[in-house]
Design a protein around this ligand. Structure first.
Ligand code: PTJ
Length: 256
């Protein structure tokens, strides 16, 4: 039976409820895998401990991610069902602001139908070309068993920098072995993806993408190539992960 809930901006958990609603609607429309709802719940738990805000260390990682994307020869944004449901429009905005990037669909829980729905959803938001859907153009990532072993010859396979939000650990490690620079967004600072990426943004993707676009636009106008290189060189990913964990551990019981 169709269900309707009313969300009010004044509700203290409005943004969290809105994200849930997007996931559930995405699932009902066939964009999100059932397992995607579970993955979102795990993310929510870490977000709660972060205080549902962008920490200083996440902000620093976003800044370095923007510098890395701007200096990339060919950056590719890898998307899945959850990312589509939560921020299809912002991902299209990021792709536009980067100017030389592409978007590729890579599903962990692969079905042809979901791939088609996701690609149609991106087209609705103005994306004219999406990689990862033409079986003739797919090549295998060495040593990877899962459905995500296939990447597009003209997309991720050719990229120097891959932005893989909400990614599975095996694939991140496999991309690293292919000498790709990997940027991820993962609310879990202990996940294998978080630990093996070059740049891990420990924050909610719905907060990250708008800030990433702002940073890209700022640096494009105001920073030289050397400024960007300096930013990247001074970045320490493990330090950012430690700081995220410290924030989570520092939460106090709000009563005595
Ligand atoms: O659409 P598919 O088939 O490609 O499947 C997508 C999911 C996300 C279901 C799949 O990749 C998966 O199972 O991922 P994992 O291994 O559960 O990893 C997802 C990670 O993203 C977990 O560490 C979550 O804590 C984290 N996460 C979940 N929601 C968010 C998030 N990180 C940032 N922002 C979120 N909103």
């Amino acid at each position: 039976m169709a269900r309707k809930i009313e969300l009010h901006e004044s509700h203290p958990r409005y943004l969290s409820l809105l994200a849930r609603e997007k996931l559930v609607t995405g699932f009902q429309r066939g964009l999100v895998a059932s397992e995607g709802l579970i993955a979102h719940g795990r993310g929510e738990c870490f977000d709660y401990l972060l205080g549902e805000c962008t920490t200083d260390s996440a902000r620093a990682a976003i800044n370095v991610a923007s510098a890395t994307l701007l200096l990339a020869r060919y950056p590719v944004i890898s998307i899945n069902g959850n990312v589509t449901a939560l921020c299809v429009d912002q991902i299209c905005g990021l792709n536009r602001s980067l100017e030389n990037s592409s978007v590729e669909i890579n599903l962990f829980y692969y079905t042809k139908e979901r791939e088609k729905l996701i690609s149609e959803e991106f087209k609705k938001y103005g994306l004219t070309r999406i990689f990862g859907i033409d079986s003739k153009n797919l090549v295998s990532i060495p040593e990877l068993e899962s459905n995500r072993r296939l990447v597009d010859r003209d997309g991720i396979s050719n990229a120097d920098v891959v932005f893989v939000p909400l990614e599975d650990g095996d694939r991140t490690i496999a991309l690293k072995r292919m000498n790709k620079k990997v940027i991820t967004v993962d609310l879990n600072p202990l996940s294998r993806t978080a630990l093996s990426a070059d740049i891990t943004i420990v924050d909610n993707i719905v907060r990250v993408i708008p800030q990433l676009i702002k940073c890209v636009e700022f640096h494009r106008k105001h920073s030289s190539e050397n400024d960007l290189k300096d930013l990247i060189e001074s970045f320490d990913n493990s330090d950012g992960l430690k700081k995220a964990l410290e924030v989570m551990k520092s939460k106090q019981v709000p009563f005595q």
